[in-house]
Design a protein around this ligand. Structure first.
Ligand code: KG4
Ligand code: ZN
Length: 336
């Protein structure tokens, strides 16, 4: 018999609901929040309010699209953390109330693990190969940058992580310095396609093991532009594409260097990327070509499952459902 899971994601600035039949995505509906654009970053208080407004319409649309009756639901999976507490509270509280109303069990999901398990979510019309265990996953998002060794759905070890900024944050900050808009990652990605990645060089960190650091790069970029603007007011405007290509290439080189090392040292040849920054065309190409070079089997997620979405929460919930791991009404959100 099929398992139907409703997934609810509200950890940051996307309100998302998905319905899966086992691992097949029947609906994955996301409302992004435009209110933050004017501020150049997520404003937590505004995010919680927007989640409050979006959550019912988003869930309603997910049920419509999936075309299943609420009575058939097997469980509700929700993001418990990490994330913004006020944002998480909306999804957690709503999930608890709905679980009582529909008399179904609750499943709490870790947002980062869900980004990884997004690789197991299948689109109805396009079944894809999923990574075999063990695999390495580079998770790159607005809040996280980690290399994780994944030995099973519930056995994951963090091999390295950023000691300061996340990769997505670095894209967003670089875009902000160039006054491109928010979120910066997709904007830089688009402009980089027309630029020369070797036009400018920026500082790369020396950090131990498989850890990352991006704060030095951000500062190096900021100071470089500050000096250049002193000589030429129009510097950014005239070199926008080259700047985007160069900063993107630097971020990708930093990311790939540690991933390559981790793969060599562990001998693991199944390599995946996940999280919002895994939508980046340069990163997708870089992991694929490194894979060709070393004979890795690489896994790049469908765009729909890169940035925050509830399908990944529901699929992570599905694996916990199979093991009978449920949460109860006392589950509280956690920020880190
Ligand atoms: O996973 P996500 O939606 O949220 C977090 O859990 O943080 O990731 C959002 C991040 C933002 O920093 C955004 O700029 C970045 O992912 N991002 C990209 C691209 N699309 C989204 N970064 C680089 N290139 C992209 N195409
Ligand atoms: Zn995320």
């Amino acid at each position: 018999m099929s398992v139907y899971i409703l997934g609810i994601e509200s950890s940051c600035d996307d309100t998302s609901a998905a319905i899966l039949e086992d691992t097949t995505v029947l609906a994955n509906v996301t409302a992004s929040q435009d209110v933050h654009r004017a501020y150049g970053g997520v404003v937590p208080e505004l995010a919680s309010r927007a989640h409050e407004q979006n959550i019912i319409p988003v869930i309603d649309r997910a049920f419509h699209t999936a075309n299943i009756d609420k009575k058939n639901l097997s469980a509700i999976a929700f993001t418990r953390g990490p994330g913004l507490l006020g944002s998480l509270l909306v999804g957690v509280s709503f999930s608890k109330a709905l679980a009582i109303g529909l008399d179904v069990p609750l499943i709490d999901v870790n947002h980062i693990e869900a980004h990884i398990l997004a690789h197991f979510a299948q689109k109805k019309d396009k079944i894809k190969e999923v990574p075999a265990f063990p695999f390495l996953c580079l998770i790159v998002s607005g809040g996280h940058t980690q290399i994780v060794k994944v030995e099973n759905y519930d056995k994951m070890t963090v091999l390295g992580r950023t000691i300061d900024d996340a990769a997505g944050e670095t894209f967003d900050k670089a875009a902000k310095i160039m006054d491109l808009g928010y979120p910066g990652g997709p904007l830089i990605d688009r402009l980089a396609k027309e630029g020369d990645a070797s036009a400018f060089k920026f500082a790369k960190p020396r950090i131990k093991d498989y850890d990352y650091s991006f704060s030095g790069l951000k500062t190096s970029f900021l100071y470089f532009l500050r000096d250049a603007l002193k000589l030429d007011d129009d510097f950014i405007e005239r070199h926008k594409a080259d700047l985007c290509a160069s900063i993107q290439k630097t971020i990708i080189d930093i990311l790939m260097d540690k991933l390559e090392r981790a793969a060599k040292d562990t001998g693991i040849t199944n390599i995946a990327i996940a999280g919002g920054v895994s939508a980046n065309s340069g990163l997708r190409n870089a992991v694929t070509s490194l894979g060709d070079k070393y004979g890795w089997k690489t896994f790049v997620p469908d765009f729909e499952f890169t940035t925050d979405n509830a399908a990944m929460i529901a699929v992570a919930g599905y694996f916990k459902f199979l093991k009978g791991e449920f949460a109860d009404q006392t589950a509280k959100p956690y920020s880190r």
